[in-house]
Design a binder for this molecule. Sequence first.
Ligand code: 6GU
Length: 254
Amino acid sequence: MQIDILTLFPGMFEGPMTESMMWKARDQGMLDLRMHDIRDYSQTRYRSVDDMPYGGGGGMIMKPDIVVRAVESVLGDAPEGTPVILMTPQGRMFSHEIAVSLARLPRIVILCGHYEGIDERVADLVVTDEISIGDYVLTGGELAAMVIVDAVVRQIPGVLGAEGGAERESHADGLLEAPHYTRPPVFRGLEVPPILLEGNHAAIERWRRVEGLRRTWKRRPDLLLKMKLSEADQYLLAQFADEDAQNAAQHDQS
Ligand code: 6GU
């Protein structure tokens, strides 16, 4: 997969995109990540890329001619339908589903905004999708772009190691994961759940489903509303609610 990133700050990507999984994906040829400095497309003496907003107000706006020239040059002869994604807090909310669908594409282009924003005509002319990573404002789109790249790349087949990889982790099936443990079996008086030590893999899988469901019910009940729950799942949820009510009653007595 080829990912092109247009940014005013290519240096920001150097650490995060050259370590760990990103390095492995690039080293093994599964990810061709290319950084493009938008300033290289300025044709002024001081390589300026921004100007004052029409109508006044603070901040500077990235100029449409420069940004469109940069995007069109990077697109070159890219396949028809290659998305050009603008990183902006005004975009649609990023999610596991979007990561999976982007990972199926041979190529994507990501445009990082900075300053107060980008002239709206860039979105009108060359942007196909606008994505946000959450309801808060970052200084620029660079960190958000790295979040997207990381989440997308780990969905490419072969990037994660063994263990079934990306299919069975938190959010893949709409649930949070069960807790994980390693040695020692007792640490500061806290025991690893005994079922994990017994080697009955079917029982362990069932335990993980129950604990994943319990975690989701406790921490992210909003996720359960979006899922189709089996009858067994619904029974378990009723049981969690009962346990909770009993614990609350005991607490009241003491
Ligand atoms: Cl994509 N960009 C910026 N500047 N701020 C954000 C964001 C993106 N997503 C959340 N906040």
